[in-house]
Design a protein around this ligand. Structure first.
Ligand code: NAD
Length: 256
């Protein structure tokens, strides 16, 4: 179990981040939840998880688009044994029409924030001789789709960061890996459906079946519980020698 460990999960008030937080909590870890909103619901969610799993939880606001806030989050959390870099956003447009500020914020949130949180977390993990860094990449970290240049670039980038981190901490009781989910029906995917309907001139059902799940041979979305369970496995003793690699949770997407 993960009793006595503190897990910091960025972007964990919804979707995959929340699913990961719940599975780490189920394994006994204390939680630090994060998002950039700082709403009453965010704090209530932390209280609810504490009661449900009998663990200690906190919510800490930090905007992962801002380097200083990402860097400071780990210190505000009092360090962490498990760091899950999950916060991420998406934007869909052809490269020649892709707004520069959208490119910049996707690279900042989906890639650069993980550099800063990792840099801040590693000294504490080294001091304890144990640590886990789990980076949430994507099937788009291993393959590409048109109109997702910034996202695909950031998700490929975070796999490189994961490998480099793994090498720098090898032999120190710390591992770093990336999880590559295929399509999971979360708010980030819901929000893409209208854009994809426009770009492909398709109905909602056609976008789900012909665009999204066309790449997923299983024909099903992956679930947040499955991605969370994979993260919990990477934090278990069974995964002590799994480092610098990628686990896909993609219904066969990358086997095609
Ligand atoms: P989501 O929109 O439900 O969750 C994103 C989370 O990130 C939210 O909690 C949000 O508050 C947080 N966030 C966004 N911007 C932030 C910022 N500036 N600072 C701090 N937090 C911020 O989306 P999701 O589907 O759960 O995505 C989570 C991660 O999983 C992302 O990195 C995404 O790229 C990745 N992913 C998702 C899918 C999928 O199909 N849903 C597939 C592969 C990878």
């Amino acid at each position: 179990g993960l009793q006595g460990k503190t897990a910091l999960v960025t972007g964990s008030t919804s979707g995959i981040g929340l699913g990961i937080a719940r599975e780490l909590a189920r394994a006994g870890a204390d939680l630090v939840l994060n998002s950039f909103t700082d709403s009453a619901e965010d704090h209530a969610l932390a209280d609810q998880l504490a009661a449900e799993f009998g663990i200690r939880t906190r919510y800490i606001r930090a905007d992962m688009s801002k380097a200083e806030e990402a860097r400071a989050l780990v210190g505000l959390a009092g360090g962490c044994d498990i760091l899950v870099n999950n916060a991420g956003i998406q934007y869909v447009a052809p490269i020649d029409e892709f707004p520069t500020e959208r490119w910049d914020s996707i690279i900042a949130i989906n890639l650069t924030s993980a550099f800063h949180t990792t840099a801040a977390a590693l000294p504490g993990m080294r001091a304890k001789g144990w640590g886990r860094v789990v980076n949430i990449s994507s099937a788009h970290g291993l393959t590409a789709s048109p109109f997702k240049s910034a996202y695909v670039a950031a998700k490929h980038g975070i796999i490189g960061l994961s490998k480099t981190t793994a090498l720098e901490v090898a032999g120190q009781g710390i591992t770093c890996n990336a999880i590559c989910p295929g399509y999971v029906l979360t708010p980030i995917v819901e929000k893409q459906i209208p854009d994809q309907m426009k770009v492909h001139d398709m109905s909602r059902e056609e976008v789900i079946r012909k665009v999204m799940l066309a790449r997923q041979p299983s024909g099903d979305f992956a679930t947040v519980e499955q991605v969370g369970g994979t993260a919990a496995f990477l934090c278990s003793a069974a995964a002590d020698q799994i480092t610098g690699t990628v686990i896909s949770v993609d219904g066969g997407w990358t086997a095609l």
